[in-house]
Structures are given as structure tokens and as C-alpha cells.
Write a protein that binds this ligand. Structure first.
Ligand SMILES: O=c1ccn([C@@H]2O[C@H](COP(=O)(O)O)[C@@H](O)[C@H]2O)c(=O)[nH]1
Length: 469
């Protein structure tokens, strides 16, 4: 047994050496980003490796009941099935991927008879769907299959999906062991192990539910969500958040420029976003935003004008670019109400900028209803290049890890402000799905905004770490 494990370990290491295991940002057959890509088609160019694999497969056959024929899932598993067929002197059949337009239009080539017991061979299994397609064609011609021998199980639901079809899967290697062997050989580091493990756990495919794999954003670390974000500002934010270990946005609702600049300087080290209502400044001058831009660069945060646009496209376009505030020239992200719909979003699409759409509001008596909220989320998902995220109080789009949930109404003291504002604590908002929490008066009214900002940062970050555990 120890000998077999050593062979499997060396198989895993060889795969890495020949470049069949790739770590980085890839996309799976189901169009889902993946931090690891396994390409076992390469092994046809390494006869010694095929020999090693065949030896290991033969060892595994001791656990599998007798069979009459072998069938490889096209195309990657065909050389493996052929090698095994030759070594064991057991006949092989081949499944076509598509039927011929001439002759007998057979899907299964080779010699077989009804009632034959077949062992299916496959290279890599994610959901098991390719094995199931092969199984269906074999069953069609009366061949029975209840076992599949595969090289690599990505542990993303394949075993369960195949059991439902009456097939037991036997794998030479699974993702857990692959990561263990590669880590022990120092080919990968701990962070890759954690990243891939987390990916595996959060990307399970249940073929019977007829849905795409569930990617629960609430369980994914921010740095892994960069790959899912289409909006440049969302990518940037995830990066800043991971690097600075902060999911805090400060709402700098003050009326004097000096105060605004002082707040940016004091809270800068602890925030990912600095949120303004620029039109409440009594002494606005364009120099203020120039100063903010410099502080943002120094402390690595983005500038966020909470303008809440809500007009026809043309008007919003002018409100965004013109007037004395020239928001487009300095704000990296802005907010917009969704009520004007797609036309307004089309009007404010600008290369690099981002928009947070308001799906819910944190004030009591709001007339936004469930229908409006749902329509807003739908609209946001139609504009992945433009929309950075959604302003809301609840986890509305958990299977969309590329979008950011921004939640205002955050304070340790949850008494309202007497004007309708509703507050929740950092723990509650992160539990309710917030990726970034907006804290205004909890920080701005403190005698030491820097101390308060660090306190909120640490509480919010701790709650996030607990959430992704
Ligand atoms: O639903 C919403 C949307 C935006 N806001 C804005 O956030 C801050 C909250 O400030 P606090 O002092 O923490 O109450 C403020 O700028 C609002 O305009 C919100 O509160 N709720």
C-alpha cells in the first residue's frame, strides 16, 4: 500500500514537472474562473508517465469487480484506455463524440455484445458530466457500466453526480492529495493550497439541480474575487482591501473643506473608500478634490462620490461631467438610483469608472419594495463592466462574487439618528453580506477619527475573516 502511495505521489510530481498542472487564473469548461488548471492531455507525449499511470491503474483494479470491455471518455482518456486494454488484454470500445453522417451512424465503435460489463476510463473529473454522456451512449446499445476509473478527481461534486447515475468512481488522485504532494515537494506554497482548497469547497457542481456551480461570494476571500470582477474599480477595490486588510468606507459628511481633508488624512491608512457628498461643502473649490486625489494616492484608497444620480441619461451625463464639481474628473466610483433604468447607465459608461447601484436604503419608511430591489440587482448584473457593486442591507447576489455589496448604516451604537437612519453593528452587517461597510458619524463625530477608523476597520475585518472561515 505504501508503495502504491509512493507511485501516486511521484505521478503527481511528474504531472507538475511536465506542466500538466497550472496555477494561475484559468477558466473551466463550464466558463468558471479557476485558480488551478489540469491538462492531462499532455501525458501522451510522455510514454514513461503513461506506463506509470497504467501500473497504478492496474493496482486500483483490485477494488473493482470484473468487467468485459474498457471504454475511454473521448478524447483525453483514449490513450489511457488503450494502454490499459493492451496491458490487461481486455478489449476496448470507443465512443464517438458525434455520430457519422454516413454508414451505420454508430456512437460506439468496436466489438461488443448486449449485457457486456464496461469499465469507463476518464482523465479529469469535475462534475462527471462527460462520463455521464459516455454512459448514456453505452447504455443505449445495452452495455452496462457501474464503475469508472479516473486519474484525477477535482472533488467538485463528480462522485455524487455519478452515484446518482449508478456509477462508482475510483480515482488515482484527488485534489486534496495533489495539493498535499505538491506542497510537500515545495512546488506550491501554503497560500496556493488555501486558495485552491477554498475554490474547491465553494465551487460544487450538482448536476441534478440544473444550476451552474454555486460560487458563494460570502465564503470567498476578497483577493480571489478579483478574477470574477469585470469592472476595473471592483478589481482595484478587492486588491486594496486584501492588501490593506480593510473593508471600511468612511462617509465624510462634513461641510468644510479643511475638515474633509483632515478626515481623509486621518482615516486614510484604515480605509479602502473615502465617501463624499461634495455638494454639502460650504466652501467648495476644485483644489479640494485635487488635495483628496493626492491623499488617496498616498494612502491607497479610492474616492467615492455618493451622488445618487437618478435622471434621464443626458442630464446625468452632464451632472457627472460638468458643473462646478466635475465629478467624473476625480471620483473613481459614484452611486446611482436604478429607477431611470438602462438608459442612464449607458449614458454614464466611462472607461475606468465604477457605479454602485442602490437596491435598498437604510432608512425607515423607505418606499423601495422587493420588486424594485430585485429589478435593480438584475439591471446591475447586465452591466458588469460598469457596475462595481450594489448598495443594500441584505445578501442579495450571493452567487455573483465579482460584485461588491456596500452597506451603509453602520455604528456600534445602534440607536437611530432620529431622522430615520437605521444602524447595525459591524458583526451584523458583515453577517448580512456586506463586503464594504460605510461608517459615517461613528467616525466623523469621534474626537479621534483615526482611532475610531482603526477600531471599525479591525471589527469589520475580524467579522469578514470569521465569515470566510
Ligand atoms: O442606504 C443608504 C445609502 C447611503 N447612505 C449614506 O451613508 C452615509 C451614512 O452615514 P452615517 O453617519 O453612518 O449614518 C451617509 O452619507 C448616507 O448618505 C446611507 O446612510 N444609507
Amino acid at each position: 500500500m505504501a508503495q502504491l502511495e509512493e507511485k501516486v505521489r511521484s505521478f503527481a510530481e511528474e504531472l507538475f514537472k511536465i506542466g500538466a498542472i497550472k496555477i494561475g487564473e484559468y477558466v473551466t469548461k463550464m466558463n468558471i474562473p479557476t485558480p488551478i488548471y489540469i491538462d492531462l492531455r499532455l501525458i501522451v507525449s510522455f510514454p514513461k508517465l503513461i506506463e506509470l499511470v497504467s501500473d497504478i491503474m492496474i493496482e486500483y483494479l483490485k477494488q473493482i469487480p470484473k468487467f468485459d470491455i474498457i471504454c475511454g471518455v473521448p478524447y483525453a482518456a483514449l490513450p489511457l484506455a488503450s494502454a490499459l486494454s493492451m496491458k490487461l488484454n481486455i478489449p476496448m470500445v470507443m465512443r464517438r463524440k458525434e455520430s457519422k453522417s454516413y454508414g451505420m451512424r454508430k456512437m460506439i465503435e468496436g466489438v461488443y455484445k448486449e449485457g457486456d460489463r464496461c469499465l469507463i476510463i476518464e482523465d479529469v473529473v469535475t462534475s462527471g458530466s462527460s462520463i455521464i454522456e459516455t454512459l448514456e451512449d453505452l447504455n443505449e446499445v445495452g452495455i452496462h457500466c457501474s464503475h469508472a476509473l479516473i486519474l484525477m478527481d477535482r472533488q467538485q461534486g463528480g462522485t455524487n453526480n455519478l452515484i446518482k447515475e449508478g456509477v462508482t468512481m475510483h480515482s488515482l488522485l484527488n485534489m486534496t492529495h495533489l495539493l498535499k504532494y505538491l506542497r510537500e515537494a515545495n512546488y506550491i506554497d501554503d497560500s496556493t493550497v488555501n486558495k485552491v482548497t477554498n475554490y474547491m469547497l465553494t465551487t460544487q457542481v450538482d448536476l441534478s439541480s440544473n444550476s451552474i456551480p454555486s460560487l458563494n461570494r460570502l465564503k470567498l476571500p476578497y483577493e480571489e474575487r478579483i478574477a470574477y470582477a469585470k469592472n476595473n474599480r471592483a478589481q482595484e477595490l478587492f486588491k486594496i482591501m486584501s492588501e490593506k486588510r480593510t473593508n471600511l468606507c468612511v462617509a465624510a459628511d462634513v461641510t468644510k473643506s479643511d475638515e474633509l481633508i483632515s478626515l481623509a488624512n486621518q482615516t486614510g491608512p484604515y480605509i479602502c473608500l473615502f465617501k463624499t457628498h461634495i455638494d454639502i461643502l460650504e466652501d467648495f473649490n476644485i483644489d479640494v478634490v485635487e488635495a483628496l486625489k493626492k491623499i488617496a494616492e498616498k494612502h491607497n484608497f479610492l474616492l467615492f462620490e455618493d451622488r445618487k444620480f437618478s435622471d434621464i441619461g443626458k442630464t446625468v451625463q452632464m451632472q457627472y461631467s460638468n458643473g462646478m464639481y466635475k465629478i467624473l474628473s476625480w471620483a473613481n466610483v459614484v452611486t446611482a438610483h436604478s429607477l431611470a433604468g438602462a438608459g442612464m447607465l449607458d449614458a454614464i459608461k466611462h472607461g475606468n469608472n465604477g457605479v454602485f447601484l442602490l437596491a435598498e436604503i437604510s432608512t425607515s419608511g423607505s418606499i423601495i419594495d422587493k420588486n424594485y430591489t430585485e429589478k435593480t440587482v438584475k439591471l446591475a448584473l447586465q452591466y458588469p463592466d460598469l457596475v462595481t457593486g450594489i448598495v443594500c442591507q441584505n445578501p442579495l447576489f450571493t452567487s455573483e462574487p465579482g460584485f461588491i455589496q456596500l452597506t451603509p448604516g453602520v455604528q456600534l451604537d445602534v440607536e437611530g439618528d432620529g431622522l430615520g437612519q437605521k444602524y447595525n453593528t459591524p458583526d451584523v452587517v458583515i453577517g448580512n453580506g456586506a463586503d464594504i461597510a460605510v461608517v459615517g458619524r461613528g467616525i466623523t463625530k469621534s474626537s479621534e477619527p483615526n482611532v475610531a477608523a482603526e477600531k471599525y476597520r479591525s471589527l469589520l475585518w475580524g467579522a469578514y475573516l470569521k465569515r470566510i472561515e
